[in-house]
Ligand binder design. Structure first.
Ligand code: SAH
Length: 267
């Protein structure tokens, strides 16, 4: 069956987008294949798309006919202030638009979706949350690293590396003591300090670790090293943002799974 026919059968399940409503949605890690059907349908129905820098241009092209508002950083200018973004969402909704607020990954995972939901509710605007594939899971799947693997881990920690050195930062030693793998968002800039804190917290320096950049896009880059060498190797390789850091035994599965995948593909 063609994609069009499959979509037509699913269409009755898809909720219509009401004018004056805001949908807070996640576009996944980059590749259009990881969009949910709710988000695909929203791209077709939206009058305005308010997106951040992480949303891939190939996905925005699908929002034919909608006004695009880029409120992300990069491209030489600072990101719009959160209050300005909230005000823009409220103004567009009050103007009767169907407003798609589109974020990279999932809106409720390090995406400030909760803050925007709160602002919309305070303004009396109806909203809906459309989840997306968060970059941690999209990136690990793409890189051949299972998020959980029997015998290796019983939990997985999603952390932000943004606040390192700040007073209210995470207790990295406590995370290390769990012995469970850690996926760090926004961790590239503080990679030296993060890896040091985890080793000081008790993780052995030879713990497998990876940096995955631009996951699921044609620019994807994966670097595998160990906790003690990751920061230096990442610099040498010129790894750049957006990137995730994965620390733990699950990283060592990559070599095996990639090899198995290649074997069945060529058989
Ligand atoms: N809401 C997003 C996270 C936003 S915070 C989500 O659920 O994924 C921004 C961070 O997400 C980046 O610094 C990076 O760590 C990570 N990220 C987002 N997209 C990525 C991608 N395609 N590849 C690697 N990391 C990505």
């Amino acid at each position: 069956m063609t994609l069009e026919k499959t979509l037509a059968r699913l269409a009755p399940e898809i909720v219509p987008f009401q004018p004056g409503h805001v949908w807070l949605a996640g576009a996944g890690p980059g590749n259009a294949g990881q969009l949910t059907l709710d988000v695909v349908s929203a791209l077709g129905q939206a009058d305005a798309v308010v997106h951040d820098a992480l949303v891939d241009p190939s996905i925005l092209r699908a929002a034919d006919g909608a006004d695009l508002h880029n409120v992300g950083k990069r491209g030489g200018r600072a990101s719009a202030d959160q209050d300005e973004i909230n005000a823009l969402l409220v103004a567009l909704a009050r103007g009767g638009k169907r407003v798609l607020r589109l974020k990279g990954g999932d809106p409720y995972v390090f995406g400030r979706g909760g803050e925007e939901a709160r602002a919309l509710a305070a303004a009396g605007i109806a909203f809906r949350i459309l989840p997306g594939v968060t970059s941690a899971f999209g990136a690990m799947a793409s890189a051949g690293i299972p998020a959980t693997m029997r015998g290796l881990n019983k939990a997985i920690i999603l952390a932000t590396g943004h606040g390192l050195g700040q007073e209210d930062d995470l207790d990295w030693a406590a995370l290390a003591r769990t012995g469970q793998p850690i996926v760090i968002y926004m961790g590239l800039r503080n990679l030296d300090a993060i890896t040091r804190a985890l080793i000081e917290g008790g993780l052995v320096p030879s713990t497998p670790a990876a940096v995955i950049a631009a996951a699921t896009t044609p620019q994807e880059q994966v670097l595998v090293a160990t906790l003690d060498t990751l920061a230096a190797e990442s610099r040498t390789a010129g790894m750049s943002s957006p990137a995730l850091v994965v620390v733990g035994g699950i990283v060592s599965m990559r070599a095996e799974l990639m090899q198995l995948e290649a074997m069945v593909r060529s058989a």
